[in-house]
Design a protein around this ligand. Sequence first.
Ligand code: ADP
Ligand code: MG
Length: 557
Amino acid sequence: MARPPDISQLLSGTDKSANGLQELEKPKFLTKAQRQQLLLNKSQKREDIIPTVVKPRNKESEVIQKEDEEYSQTSRPKFNYDTNEQEDTLSNYEPIVSIRAKDLMQRPRDSIEQFYMGKHWTEKTRQEMSDRDWRIFKEDFGITIRGGSVENPLRSWYELKNEQMADAIVKNLKYHEPTPIQRAAVPNVCNKKFRDLLGIASTGSGKTLAFLIPILMKIDQLPSRPLVLKKMDGPLALILAPTRELAQQIEKEAEELIDAWGKNCEVASIVGGHSIEEISLQVSQGTDILVATPGRLIDCLENHVLTLGKVETLVLDEADRMIDMGFEEQVTSILGNLTQKRQTMMFTASMTPGTEKIAAGYLKNPVRVTVSGSQGSTPMIRQLVEHIGSEEQRFQRIVEFLPQYRAPIIIFINYKRAADWLVQKFYKETQYKVTVLYGSKSQEQREQSLQLLRKGKVQIMIATNVAARGLDVPDVSLVINFQLSKTFEDYVHRIGRTGRAGHEGTAITFLDDEDPELVKELYKYLQENNPTGANNFAPRLKEKYRLGKRRIEEVLY
Ligand code: ADP
Ligand code: MG
């Protein structure tokens, strides 16, 4: 825009800006009549554009109209709305609410919700699901999925688009609905992108099937391998688990799923307690899926019993436990034997700095699935903490309340010595059938112990922390901490043996003289995790450890 002429230009009669030198019109004096004429000309020009206003008929408004015209001639132009008066904005009127409140009140509650919200997600096809439906769905199941371009969860097994697999799960295994971690994890690893996955969900939430199903579906898509190739190339999927019991349990669950599915797929396990010769024989039969504990697998790799070059899917189950048990270095060494092109899934019940670190090191741009809330991380466990000192008194107390609970029952102890003592007590003084599970027992004895409990041949298993993680004995109704675990994390894993897969369970813990920090943590945990509302922490212990009092004291002093 050109600058206005400055005073010197005005005086000299030239405008040096814009298009070079221009002659400026000399200012000249206008009479009042001339000025009014000029204004009149301008307003006439404007009336060509502005539609003429309909002249009012009555006298009074004529006066107003005149005044208006005078005003428009002498002052700023009046603003005119750019609307066509023929247009009736109300002609397409659609009421937002077309039902009267009175009628609404007579409808049942569900139908009110439906009337306003539209159909519930259960009545919609997957394509009909809106963003809002998905949000509600994920909230309902406590699911969070992060990681960019992620898949929405499964609403039913049949959304797997593999009817044979869905039938196997629903009709043969009788798992009618996926658990939240299965809903969220499966579609995110089964799609064509084969992305890595980090799955975080509490114990007993069905993580095993969440990785077994994708593994089987992936193997099924590959051309079937003749036996010679299976023997030569080794497994296509490798699952690493921290303990032998857990590895064998995964193997068993995989076999059950394959049986239900009716396809040809071989599973094998490599765990401590089996000789290299035994393992070598088993592996030489040809395997598709290998379940192993890190230590034993390294032995086998060093002895060239098998090759892992064709492994396309790797699962790190119970990754938190794997780190706690000091397997990090061994896992890294095993990973060195695998191809970079693999898909890796890591499952854990809790995220600790250690698990974050291995997730960052082993997973490439993973989808991160977290399950929380009542369906996920808070199993339905009633936690009771009692103040009982001697071992004898603790035993008597157990005998007192045992009739209220049905088998299977697990009693956790910290020392093998206490286990042996307890077994003797049960044997001599009660009718209960009892078995033991601890680390120094032979592998065969350990397996037999678990089988006895699972099959209902014994009612009670006395165990050290070996059984605390990952092991699934269905329907454990009661967990007793005969002695409090040394770490708080172990407490959570121990009680997690009950309240699994939506069942309610009870955990009873005996305390006397323990580490006050541990007791404080336990007290806090009971306050914060009370899904049944029936947790109880013995008042005498609260006094002894001065729990729940501090706030009052702070107010008083
Ligand atoms: P996690 O590995 O998360 O601790 P598991 O995979 O061991 O849990 O599963 C716990 C229990 O839940 C097992 O007994 C398993 O058979 C059962 N389960 C798994 N999936 C389902 C499902 N979709 N519906 C019902 N029960 C299930
Ligand atoms: Mg598990």
